[in-house]
Design a protein around this ligand. Structure first.
Ligand code: FCB
Length: 442
C-alpha cells in the first residue's frame, strides 16, 4: 500500500485570505456599498450587509478557527474608506481596530499579510474619477504612507493592489464592477495609474519600514487557444496573456508599460517588487470573436469537458496552477500564492480541487520555484462581489442571517495539510480518494 508524504519546507506559510468589504460588514463609504444599491448590479439583488461581521468583532472567532486548524498565517485587507473617509481626515480609531486584529493574529501565532487595496475605493476617490484620475497615484501613496507608519510594528508582508488586472477587466472593460465602464482607452489609462500607484505605495512603505516585503497580487489565468491551429485564436491568446497576465509584473521588472501597440517608459517603477503574489483559480480557452468588440474581439470559454464548479465559475485544472507558478518563477522574485480555491457549497469538488492544487504546489516547490506560502480563498463563506452570496468559497459555511459557521470537510483536510506541513497519501485517501491514483501512481 502506498504510504507517501509530500513535504513542504520548514517555515512555509499556510493560511487563508480575506478582504475587507467581503468580511467586515457595515461599510457605507466605498464605491461597492453604492454599487450594491443599484438595481441589477448584484445577483439576486444581494448586499454585503453585515458580511461576516468582523467589524462587530467576529474576526476573533474566525482567527481562532484558522489558528486551531493549523494555519500559521492570514491575509486580510484594509478598508481605505474607513481609514480615510474624506481626503482630509484619517480615522485613528479605525487604525486601532486594525492594530487589534493584527495583534490578534500575532497572539495566535499567525503571520499577517496585509493588502492595501482589494477592489474597493473610498467614495471621494470614485467621485473624483477613481483610477482614471492620475491623482490617484498620489492619494494612494499618501494612504500607504499613513498605514505603513501606523502598522509597521505589526506587519511585514504587504500587498499593494489586489488583482489590478481583474479590476481593469471587470470594472473598465466588462463593466460588471464599479464604475461599470466598457471603455478600452480608459482601461489602458487605469492600467498605467495602477502601476504608478503601486510603485508609489512600495516606496512609501519602504520609507517607514525598510525591512518590509512589498509586492503586487496578480490574478493569473492559464490561457490556451481554443483552436490551436487557428492563427486568430493564437493571436488573441497571446494578446490576453501579455496584457492580462504579464503587463503589470513586466512593468515592475523592466520600467516599461507594454501595451503591445505602444510602449511607455516608466523607469521609476522598476524594481518595486520584493515578492509576487499569485492568485490562481482556473484555465480558460481563448478565441477570436467578432461579437466581442469591447474586449478586442477576444472571448473565452472553459474546455467543454472540464470539471466545473457548481455555478460554472471555475474549471478544475490543476496543471494551470503549476503553469502559473512556473510563470511566476521566471519573474525572478519569491512567490506567494495569495489566493486559490473554489466555490462549492456542498463541498464535493473542493477536497479534490485542494488535493490536486496542493500537489501541483508541492511539485513547484520541488522545482525550487522559491514559493514562500499558500493562502486558501477563503476561510468562511463571504460576499462575492457581483455574485453576491451565491458562491461559497469557505472552508467554513456561513449562514448570513444567523452568522452561524459550519465546518466543511475541507476544513479538516486543509487543517491536516497545515498541521503536517505536508500533503500525505493518508489524507488524500481519506478526503479525496477519487484522485488518489493520479496523485500517487505506482
Ligand atoms: C478573486 C478576488 C477575491 C474573491 C475571489 C473568488 O478574484 O480577489 O476577492 O472574490 O476572486
Amino acid at each position: 500500500m502506498v504510504d507517501a508524504t509530500f513535504n513542504f519546507p520548514r517555515g512555509f506559510l499556510w493560511g487563508s485570505a480575506t478582504s475587507s468589504h467581503q468580511v467586515e460588514g457595515n461599510i457605507s463609504g466605498n464605491n461597492w456599498a453604492l454599487w450594491e444599491q443599484e438595481p441589477g448590479r448584484i445577483l439576486e439583488g444581494q448586499r454585503a450587509g453585515l458580511a461576516n461581521d468582523w467589524w462587530g468583532g467576529r474576526w476573533k472567532e474566525d482567527f481562532d478557527r484558522a489558528a486551531e486548524s493549523g494555519q500559521n498565517a492570514h491575509r486580510l485587507s484594509l478598508e481605505w474608506s474607513r481609514i480615510q473617509p474624506t481626503p482630509d481626515r484619517w480615522d485613528e480609531g479605525v487604525l486601532d481596530v486594525y492594530r487589534e486584529m493584527l495583534r490578534g493574529l500575532d497572539e495566535r501565532g499567525m503571520t499577517p499579510m496585509v493588502t492595501l487595496h482589494h477592489f474597493t475605493d473610498p467614495l471621494w476617490v470614485e467621485e473624483a474619477g477613481g483610477w482614471d484620475n492620475p491623482q490617484v497615484v498620489e492619494w494612494f501613496g499618501a494612504y500607504a504612507a499613513k498605514v505603513g507608519e501606523a502598522l509597521k510594528g505589526y506587519v511585514n508582508l504587504w500587498c499593494t493592489i489586489n488583482e489590478p488586472n481583474v479590476v481593469v477587466s471587470l470594472a473598465y472593460l466588462l463593466g460588471v464592477h464599479p464604475p461599470g465602464r466598457q471603455d478600452v482607452g480608459q482601461g489602458f489609462r487605469v492600467m498605467a495609474n495602477q502601476v504608478l500607484a503601486h510603485a508609489t505605495a512600495y516606496r512609501a512603505i519602504h520609507a517607514v519600514q525598510p525591512e518590509a516585503r512589498v509586492g503586487p497580487v496578480i490574478n493569473y489565468r492559464s490561457l490556451v487557444p481554443r483552436r490551436p491551429w487557428w492563427p486568430l485564436d493564437r493571436t488573441a491568446t497571446w494578446m490576453q496573456r501579455r496584457l492580462y497576465n504579464d503587463f503589470f509584473v513586466d512593468a515592475l521588472q523592466t520600467g516599461k508599460l507594454n501595451y503591445l501597440y505602444k510602449q511607455i517608459s516608466a523607469p521609476e517603477v522598476k524594481g518595486t517588487m520584493d515578492f509576487l503574489g499569485i492568485n490562481y483559480y482556473t484555465r480558460q480557452e481563448i478565441y477570436f470573436d467578432f461579437g466581442s468588440a469591447a474586449t478586442a474581439f477576444t472571448n473565452q470559454r472553459f474546455h467543454p469537458e472540464a470539471e466545473l464548479s457548481p455555478n460554472g465559475f471555475i474549471a478544475n485544472v490543476p496543471e494551470g496552477f503549476f503553469e502559473a507558478l512556473k510563470w511566476g518563477y521566471r519573474k525572478g522574485v519569491p512567490l506567494i500564492v495569495t489566493e486559490n480555491g473554489v466555490e462549492d457549497a456542498e463541498d464535493t469538488l473542493r477536497p479534490r480541487y485542494l488535493a490536486q492544487h496542493i500537489h501541483q504546489l508541492w511539485r513547484a516547490v520541488n522545482f525550487n520555484y522559491r514559493i514562500k506560502g499558500y493562502f486558501h480563498w477563503t476561510l468562511v463563506d463571504n460576499f462575492e462581489w457581483d455574485r453576491g452570496w451565491t458562491q461559497r468559497f469557505g472552508l467554513w459555511a456561513l449562514d448570513e442571517e444567523t452568522q452561524m459557521r459550519t465546518r466543511r470537510r475541507s476544513a479538516d483536510f486543509y487543517a491536516a495539510i497545515c498541521q503536517q506541513n505536508a500533503l500525505t497519501s493518508a489524507q488524500v485517501r481519506e478526503y479525496a480518494p477519487e484522485v488518489f491514483d493520479r496523485l500517487f501512481p505506482v
